[in-house]
Design a protein around this ligand. Sequence first.
Ligand code: FAD
Length: 315
Amino acid sequence: MFDTASKAFFHLLAGSTPLKKLASRYGMRRSTSFARRFIAGETPDEAINAARAVEARRMLITLDHLGESLTSLTQADSATREYVDIIDAVVGAGIGRNVSLKLTQLGLDVDRACCMDNLRRVLDKAEANGFFIRVDMEGSAYTGVTLDIFETIWGLGYRDIGVVLQAALYRTEGDLARMLRLGARVRLVKGAYEEPKTIAHQKKHDVDEAYSQLMKTLLASGNYPAFATHDPSMHALGLRLATELGIGRDKYEFQLLYGIRRDLQKSLVDNGSNVRIYIPFGREWFPYFMRRLGERPANVRSIVASIVDEKAARR
Ligand SMILES: Cc1cc2nc3c(=O)[nH]c(=O)nc-3n(C[C@H](O)[C@H](O)[C@H](O)COP(=O)(O)OP(=O)(O)OC[C@H]3O[C@@H](n4cnc5c(N)ncnc54)[C@H](O)[C@@H]3O)c2cc1C
């Protein structure tokens, strides 16, 4: 059953308050608790420790303070302040200066102008400290507005900022051309959200085909593109295309999520690729966690086993 459950099912569960409460009680309690497989911890200190361990394995990092779909300007203001504080903490810790964030975390659902202001507060702090900020891409309802905000910000002269495009969406070829015209740095992903067939490929084969085409375009004309995937066939394709096009390994990077396919993380580094690990942390880890389960429902089995162990240990 776990192997065939759909992404949609996990997105539905992600909205369940009782499940969230239950998961929050057990998910992070101990160093062995189940959510720690994908999430570095709840505090900046835990994320910084995880980042140090990743860097010791010769990989780059990006930190993501989890949180999304905030519904008030007060919440968005405190999320913005938290990002500014994280920048200080990262500078103090001396780890890589790279952060990922979501616009709904900065108030996009509440007020677009405030969201822009909040983003600029983070960017001003980031630029003054030599950071790169990646704007994650959320569900398709946000694609257009995210790219519009990104383009406006770019027009204001911010350059240490990048965007994410999802191969699953039919519109992405056009969006990529638009981002290439700007000269913006793009992270290419397959797409984590459940989308209807009217706007997105449904079959893995079709998503992979779209990813391959977009990868070719990005390698030929992109500005230090990032290929964010755990799919070894996409890694192999990227390496082969780069060799054919005479593009050095310093001109692009692979990105993988914390805790996923550490074997591939290591082999990519060992063969000389730049590899960046996306390190999520924070108290609001439940929706992120559910997306990871939706991508690979078989993960549920190991999680159920770890909850059973945890309960047994408490008796
Ligand atoms: C650094 C990074 C940033 C991302 N940012 C965004 C973003 O901003 N917006 C967005 O929509 N999506 C984002 N994603 C998620 C992405 O869209 C996919 O949902 C996710 O990467 C799974 O697809 P895949 O490319 O790994 O390939 P798939 O074809 O789904 O999987 C390939 C192989 O990877 C392994 N694998 C994949 N997922 C898991 C998992 N959860 N647990 C265990 N093994 C797994 C399995 O071995 C699988 O066979 C990001 C992904 C990464 C790596």
